[in-house]
Design a binder for this molecule. Sequence first.
Ligand code: CP
Length: 530
Amino acid sequence: MSNVFASRSLNVIDDLSINERRYFFKKVKELKDAIIAGNEGVLDSFRINDPDFGIYEVFLEDSTRTKESFRNAANFHHVKVSELISSSSSINKGESYADTFNMLSGYHNSIFIVRSKVEGLTKWLSEECTEYAERNGLPYRPAFINAGDGKHEHPTQELLDEFTFLEDIDMSFDSIHVALVGDLYHGRTVHSKADGLRIFDHVKVDLIAPDELMMPESYIEKMKQNGFEVAIYPSIEEYLKAGDPAKLWYFTRPQLERMGERILQKQDILREAITFRRDFLPYIKEGTKFYHPLPRHKEHPTIPTWLDKTPLNAWERQAINGMYCRIVLLSLIGGKIGDDYVPVPGDHVTDRRTEEYIIQVEPSKDRKDKNYSEGVRPIADGIVIDHICKGDEPGAIRSHMRLISTILNLDDGRGGEWVSRGSDGQYKGIIFRPGARPLERKDLKRLAAVAPHCTLNIIRDGRVAEKYRTHMPPRIYNFDDLCCQNEACISNPVNGEGVPAAFYRTPDGHFACAYCGKFHTFKEIWKKRS
Ligand code: CP
């Protein structure tokens, strides 16, 4: 049986399926038990023990735990550890990340562990370096582990967080009730939980943060789509007043380094809402545990140090578990373990690239479909795009029609746009362009992406000869005028890395950036035009 884990990259937590993650946690438990029991036979079954195998640490943002636990995990495996000192690397001379990591791949490095403020970096690098390895005949494809990318994800932290939760709930995947407290806006470890907690069959999440630090709507939406019960509270005080606190509390620190001036000015007030106080103790449940990805701020910890020696403290064990989890992750990616994992059908989301997004329908027989007029004259030949932005306000519809016209190169020649009001009282836009105009497949895809839920009418001899309904394509990429609006994303032009934007459709009808995951409406995925 082939090993499905060997040489895999971990860019986001969902790169491992739910079943693969459950298998992973079983292996971490096995390793941890063997370490505690000193069972060398079991430990050897995890050990890569190959001097040609190496991890390469590239930390473009500060780290203690992630970096050092990976280094110590590599020592367990008796494999090579290399480090790129970013402050003295040629990245500072303007070299692209792709060129830098391609070259490091050529030095026979197996696993790159990369932390950066640039979101989606390891996903891009895993694509680029795979191609580089193929065209240069390298003996193996390098794997990438995202050790934290900006505000996006921290998948290995997610693995160790969940393993520690599992230890405290008898390793059961049945259900979890967890409170996430702190800077839920900037914190990538809590963002990873939107998919990470899917390993549990029933999930209840209480989000505790003032408005300024509340989790972005896209992650809350994702949690709901994943079937989680989600409740929101502005402070610990209000949460405890509500009377049904979780037994598992996951704290995060205010990420001062990612905050703008407006929020920084209010940091004292914001911190108060998410810091645990002595007078809260009587209101928490028996058996409650506190977790924290750490570091804590030495002057303003959200879990105060007087709690260190209480049974609430699970964050120290959590940090220790980090090394065990990373040992097992290297064992899996190194192909040392994982042969016995039996892939489950549907483990990974099916590829929907073949799904149709422009569907031909029969022109209806009503009078309106028989002819569209250009002013007072019916259009003899041409196209009419109807039902644009139905339900929006007229100004927004007009503005979007301008964008559609530009995206589809409809600005030349005759024709026009108008806004009409249907019998249901809703406004909609119509673009008409007289004159035969061939529409290629790529034009239709662009039309479906910029004008979903519309109809495209092809007019010949004054009649609707063909009629199509547009739906959001499951994926959109390979067009120069696409753009992720997140400036921290590797694909945003401000980063100068030349990464083409790519989006996939979410269940709630957004386009998510394939690199940073940011949700966009269909109006927002295009480069801004002056
Ligand atoms: N939890 C965590 O990522 O810690 P470091 O920033 O020290 O790596």
